[in-house]
Ligand binder design. Structure first.
Ligand code: DHB
Ligand code: MG
Length: 223
């Protein structure tokens, strides 16, 4: 007999097991998650296993400069900031003033505010101001999905050969393969198409099944 299809109860049990075994959140991370509901922000932070994945990718890449597009409450930002060596920096771009305020408080509480610059504004306005800075070693794209191609273009321009690019939410309960699933799904699909066709990138994607449901993450290298 074949195994039953994964049901929410079974994948949640595995998510809990893997998270408890391999991640282990501390008070600052738990407080950042709790702040979302308390402050009226959407509870769409990355799952703990994905936060740790970002953290490890940054360390594997030896990243000193990290760019995040879409801060929300800075849960993922804390994971990334904790991966930095001495003197490293995260620049995180957030369009919503209240989100940026909540994020700054969470970064303070986590003790990483000195390493993180929260830039308030839309990506299309803030990203062009970063061209004078040193290239970023890792870019995490987790904002309005309609703009994924714009953000990927900036990731390539603000990166260098070897820069790691991570794109969140590339599956969204399978909506990525539905052509009538709306502008966000269209944006996600266009971003994946760009990762395939644009010679500046080499990429893959992984499906994920965790407490946030059925989703996925794209991983790319700037070549
Ligand atoms: C959703 C999840 C996300 O991680 C995100 O960045 C945006 C939206 C969602 O589940 O709706
Ligand atoms: Mg996301």
């Amino acid at each position: 007999m074949t195994d039953p299809a994964p049901a929410p109860a079974s994948w949640l049990a595995v998510d809990t097991f893997l998270t408890d075994t391999l991640v282990g959140e501390d008070d600052a991370l738990r407080a950042a998650v709790a702040s979302l509901a308390a402050e009226g922000l959407p509870e769409i932070e990355v799952a703990p296993l994905n936060g740790k994945l970002l953290h490890l990718l940054a360390r594997i890449a030896g990243a000193r400069r990290v760019l995040e597009i879409g801060t929300l409450g800075a849960y993922s930002t804390i994971w990334l900031a904790r991966a930095l060596p001495e003197g490293g920096r995260v620049v995180t771009v957030e369009a919503e003033p209240h989100n940026a305020e909540v994020a700054r408080r969470n970064l303070e509480r986590a003790g990483v505010a000195d390493r993180v610059e929260v830039r308030l504004g839309r990506g299309e306005d803030v990203l062009p101001t970063l061209t004078q800075e040193e290239p970023f070693d890792l870019v995490f794209i987790d904002a309005d999905k309609e703009s994924n191609t714009l953000y990927l273009d900036w990731a390539a321009r603000l990166g260098r050969p070897g820069t790691v690019v991570v794109v969140d939410n590339v599956v969204r309960s399978g909506r990525v393969v539905k052509t009538d699933a709306g502008a966000q799904a269209d944006g996600v699909r266009a971003g994946l198409r760009m990762l395939a066709d644009d010679p500046r990138f080499d990429a893959t994607a992984l499906q994920t099944l965790d407490r946030k449901g059925w989703d996925g993450v794209a991983l790319a290298l700037v070549v």
